[in-house]
Design a protein around this ligand. Structure first.
Ligand code: UDP
Length: 471
C-alpha cells in the first residue's frame, strides 16, 4: 500500500535510482550505498546499468534493475581505457536523439512516470563521471545526488585542478615532481592526478565534468569518514555550494550485504579462505593490484621471485590480464622454485579474491596494494598495513596519504626489483612494521567508531535518508 513505510517506519515509500560507472571500483561502493539505503524508511532501489560490464540482476533479488544503452563503440570497450570509456559513454548519451534507440532520458522518464502501485522516484544517485545522465535527469526535473567513490582528498584535488594549472603545478615538470603542492598538503606534484601528456587534455575534461556534475547536484556523498579526512572535507564544504555534503563511508561496512562479492566482474575464488585458515595469525602477505592495474612480464617475474624468497606466506591475486600482452593463466612463466612453494602450501595464487573477507582474516598481516581507494579503505577498516605500488589516477595521492597523513604503510618506489621488493616485505611484516601496525589498528578503531550508532558515518547515512525523504 502507498505510504506504508518500511524498516524505519517513516512512511517514505519512495524509490531511489542509482547509476554506477561500470567499473569494479565504482560499482562496488554504489551498490553498497544502494544496500545501505534499501529498506530504510521505506526506500527501495533501482539500479541502472549498462551493457558494458553489465550486472547480473538475478544475484540481487532485493534490488530492481533497468538497462541503459551505453553507446560505447566496441573497439573503445575492448581497449578498456577507463578515461576513454567515460568520454565515449557521455558523448553517446548526450548526442542521443536517434528515434531508433532508447535513450537514457527515455529510461529515466519511464521510471519516473507515475505508475500505480510502484513507489514514486525521489532522486537519482549517480557516479560523478556521468554528467550526461545528470543532464537527462535535470530535463525531467529529477533531483540528482552524486556519489564520489574516491577519497575527499581526491575530490578536493579535482576542485583545485584549474588552480593547479594556473599556478603551473600542472602539467607536471620532471624536475619539480618532488615539490610540495602547498595548497593541498601533504601532496607533492608527483602525487597529483596525471597520466602523462598523451591524454592529459581528455583527463582534464573528465575531471572538469565530474566537478560540474557535483556542482549541479542536490547533494554529494563521499565514501570516506569524518575522522579520516577532516581538513579535506572542510575544504570541499568551503568551496562547494551544494545542499548537503555527507561523508558516509566506508560504505562496504554500512551495507548489510556483500555487494563486492555479488557484483564482482570476475568470479571470486573462495578456496583461499581455507588456505588462510591453515596459516599463523598475522603471517600472510596479501597481494592484489585491483581490477585495472597491470605490469610487464619482467616485473611479474621480479614480484614472483620476491614473494617466493621473502620467506613469508603470500596470497597473490593474478588476474588473467595482469601481465600486459599475455594471458597469465595460459602462458605464465614462473621463477625457479615458485611453483614448488605453492605446491607445498607456502603461497597461494588465485585469479580474484573475496578481498574484504581476506583482509578481515586473522592470518593476513599485510597488504601489497595498488592503493585504489576501495582497497585502501578496506585495508584500513581491518587494520592491515600496506605496501603501496600506485600506477595511475588517484592511486598516487592515496599512497601519499597512507604514508604521510596516516602512517599506515609506505610506497614501494622505483623499478620493481626482487631485492627491493623483498626489503619492503620484510619492513612491512617484520619488527620495523610494528609502529605502522599500531597506527593501522588505531585507524581501524576509528572506523569502528564511525559505524556505531551515533557515529559520524551512521549519522551521515541517517541524514541522507531524511534528505531523500525531503526531496
Ligand atoms: N577486489 C576483489 N577481489 C580482488 C581484488 C579486488 O573483490 O581480488 C575488489 C576490492 O575489494 C575493491 C575493488 O575490487 O572493492 C577494487 O577497487 P579499488 O578502488 O581498490 O581498485 P580499482 O580496481 O578501481 O583499481
Amino acid at each position: 500500500t502507498r505510504g506504508g513505510g518500511g524498516a524505519g517506519g517513516g512512511g517514505g515509500w519512495r524509490r531511489v535510482l542509482v547509476f554506477p560507472l561500470p567499473f569494479q571500483g565504482h560499482i562496488n561502493p554504489m551498490l553498497q550505498l544502494a544496500g545501505a539505503l534499501h529498506g530504510r524508511d521505506g526506500l527501495s532501489v533501482t539500479v541502472l546499468h549498462t551493457g558494458f560490464n553489465a550486472l547480473d540482476p538475478s544475484l540481487h533479488p532485493e534490488l530492481a534493475f533497468a538497462e541503459v544503452p551505453d553507446g560505447v563503440p566496441p573497439d573503445v570497450a575492448a581497449a578498456g581505457s577507463i578515461v576513454e570509456i567515460i568520454h565515449a559513454m557521455n558523448a553517446a548519451m548526450e548526442g542521443e536523439s536517434s528515434p531508433t534507440s532508447t535513450s537514457v532520458r527515455d529510461v529515466l522518464a519511464s521510471l519516473v512516470a507515475a505508475d500505480e502501485g510502484k513507489p514514486p522516484v525521489a532522486c537519482l544517485i549517480i557516479d560523478a563521471n556521468l554528467l550526461a545522465v545528470q543532464k537527462a535527469a535535470a530535463s525531467l526535473g529529477l533531483p540528482t545526488l552524486v556519489l564520489r567513490t574516491g577519497s575527499a582528498a581526491c575530490f578536493s584535488c579535482f576542485l583545485a585542478y584549474p588552480m593547479l594549472h594556473e599556478k603551473r603545478y600542472m602539467p607536471p615538470k620532471e624536475s619539480r615532481l618532488y615539490e610540495p603542492v602547498k595548497e593541498l598538503p601533504p601532496l607533492r606534484i608527483r602525487d597529483l592526478f596525471y597520466s602523462g601528456p598523451a591524454n592529459h587534455e581528455m583527463i582534464r575534461q573528465v575531471l572538469a565534468r565530474a566537478t560540474e556534475t557535483v556542482r549541479n547536484s542536490d547533494g554529494l556523498v563521499i565514501n570516506t569518514f569524518d575522522e579520516l579526512e577532516p581538513a579535506e572535507l572542510e575544504r570541499i564544504c568551503g568551496e562547494l555550494d551544494v545542499a548537503v555534503v555527507l561523508a558516509a563511508g566506508p560504505l562496504h561496512k554500512l551495507s548489510p550485504v556483500d555487494y563486492a562479492g555479488r557484483s564482482s566482474l570476475l568470479r571470486q575464488d573462495h578456496s583461499c579462505m581455507e588456505w588462510l585458515d591453515t596459516q599463523a595469525t598475522g603471517s600472510v602477505l596479501y597481494v592484489s593490484f585491483g581490477s585495472l592495474a597491470s605490469m610487464d612480464s619482467d616485473e611479474f617475474l621480479e614480484v614472483a621471485g620476491a614473494l617466493h624468497s621473502s620467506g613469508h606466506p603470500f596470497l597473490w591475486v593474478v588476474r588473467p590480464d595482469l601481465v600486459r600482452g599475455s594471458h597469465t593463466t595460459t602462458s605464465t612463466r614462473w621463477p625457479d622454485g615458485f611453483e614448488r612453494a605453492v605446491e607445498e602450501g607456502r603461497g597461494k595464487v588465485i585469479q580474484w579474491a573475496p578481498q574484504q573477507q581476506v583482509l578481515a582474516h586473522h592470518a593476513v598481516g599485510g597488504f601489497w596494494t595498488h592503493a585504489g581507494w576501495n582497497s585502501t579503505l578496506e585495508s584500513i577498516s581491518e587494520g592491515v598495513p600496506m605496501i603501496c605500488r600506485p600506477q595511475f589516477a588517484d592511486q598516487m595521492m592515496n599512497t601519499r596519504y597512507v604514508q604521510e597523513a596516516w602512517g599506515v604503510g609506505f610506497e614501494l618506489e622505483g623499478e620493481l626489483k626482487r631485492g627491493e621488493i623483498e626489503r619492503a616485505i620484510r619492513k612491512l611484516m617484520g619488527e620495523e612494521g610494528a609502529d605502522m601496525r599500531e597506527r593501522t589498528d588505531e585507524l581501524r578503531r576509528k572506523v569502528a567508531g564511525c559505524l556505531e550508532s551515533g557515529g559520524s558515518s551512521q549519522v551521515a547515512l541517517d541524514n541522507l535518508v531524511k534528505y531523500i525523504a525531503s526531496l
